[in-house]
Design a binder for this molecule. Structure first.
Ligand SMILES: [Zn+2]
Ligand SMILES: [Zn+2]
Length: 331
């Protein structure tokens, strides 16, 4: 099969012909129909996340059709459409797994990081960590739900009951979260890079009532803020924007160092927290919600062979919504 391989962090992906994977017991073999490009893929490719499997097939927003199943799989059958997220395997036995916090499992393994992912024609996945997908979304539109949507959903829940919600960085995750937040009756304020006027227009189209550069103060105090951009300097900026008891949620897996800030902007029971990974419950909850809301997904499809271009455009902010890779047989 064709796969786009990461052979060393910092080098571009290389198209390679490798043997089709085989499903072990408990796994499904998927013919990949679409795979989203996520910022986490960039962090892995750029060497900002330690010790990836090498060579590695990136990609953890996989929409696939079950081609065959390994021994003991009765959850899915050949022909089913399933989604594969970032969380690929957990131990089921550590303190976190036993407490319903499998997202923090000490031994967790992640798709497109320690397990080969979906930048390929075929992928295998542990059937227990795959999701059925709502039928109302096409393959390319369903892919961004699996990380951008799902982690965004977890971040939104971590923001609490906030009525006035700030969103920093208006990419794939933000464009879904903004719609969910509007659906819940929240007011959305979008912050983008100063030069990104297109991003601000995008935020307004998606229901933000205000959009401005992240270097400017919010037009009124916010109840919570979610930071999707991997920029540590946004943490003090967001703390300044939230009212007393406001929460600042850092939703990315990697962030540049956070500059020091005066205690006064944390005072007043403001909270800074991160959101890590996902649980299967998050996935089931969010995909049910996505089946009901009708989310408008901005997905730009690229042939699998152009994965490097998708990553570059994400790096430089030249994307509206999400990039999604389509393998040759699925075009
Ligand atoms: Zn565990
Ligand atoms: Zn992701």
């Amino acid at each position: 099969m064709l796969a786009m391989l990461l052979e060393a962090p910092g080098s571009p992906l290389r198209p390679a012909s490798i043997p089709d994977p085989l499903p072990a017991a408990g796994q499904v073999l998927l013919r990949v129909r679409a795979c989203g490009v996520c910022r986490t893929d960039l962090h892995v490719a750029d060497g900002e996340l330690p010790e990836p499997k090498l060579p590695l097939v990136l990609g953890h927003e996989i929409v696939g059709e079950v081609a065959s199943v390994g021994a003991g799989v009765d959850r899915f059958a050949a022909g089913d459409r399933v989604g594969v997220p970032w969380l690929g395997w957990t131990c089921g036995a550590c303190r976190y797994c036993r407490a319903g916090r499998e997202n923090l499992c000490d031994l967790a393994r992640f798709t497109g990081y320690q397990i080969d992912g979906g930048y390929a024609e075929y992928a295998v996945a542990d059937a227990r960590f795959c999701f059925p997908l709502p039928t109302s979304y096409g393959d390319a539109d369903a892919a961004p739900l699996l990380c951008a949507g799902l982690i965004g959903h977890r971040a939104l829940r971590a923001a609490g009951e906030a009525e006035r919600l700030g969103i920093y960085g208006f990419g794939a995750a933000a464009h879904i979260v903004a719609q969910v937040a509007r659906h819940q009756g929240r007011r959305v304020f979008g912050f983008t890079r100063p030069e990104d006027t297109e991003g601000r227009r995008f935020a307004l189209e998606l229901g933000a009532e205000w959009a401005g550069p992240s270097t400017e103060p919010a037009p009124e105090p916010l109840d919570a803020a979610i930071i999707f951009a991997p920029v540590g300097a946004l943490v003090p900026a967001a703390l300044r924007a939230v009212a007393k008891a406001g929460t600042v949620v850092c939703a990315g897996i990697h962030m540049s160092p956070i500059p020091s800030f005066p205690y006064q902007i944390l005072w007043g029971e403001r909270v800074v927290r991160s959101v890590a990974n996902l649980t299967r419950r998050d996935g089931e909850e969010f995909l049910r919600l996505a089946g009901r809301i009708p989310l408008r997904i901005a997905a730009e499809s690229l042939p699998l062979e152009r994965a490097n271009e998708g990553l570059d455009r994400l790096r430089t902010g030249r994307l509206r919504g999400a990039a999604v890779l389509i393998p040759p047989a699925s075009v």
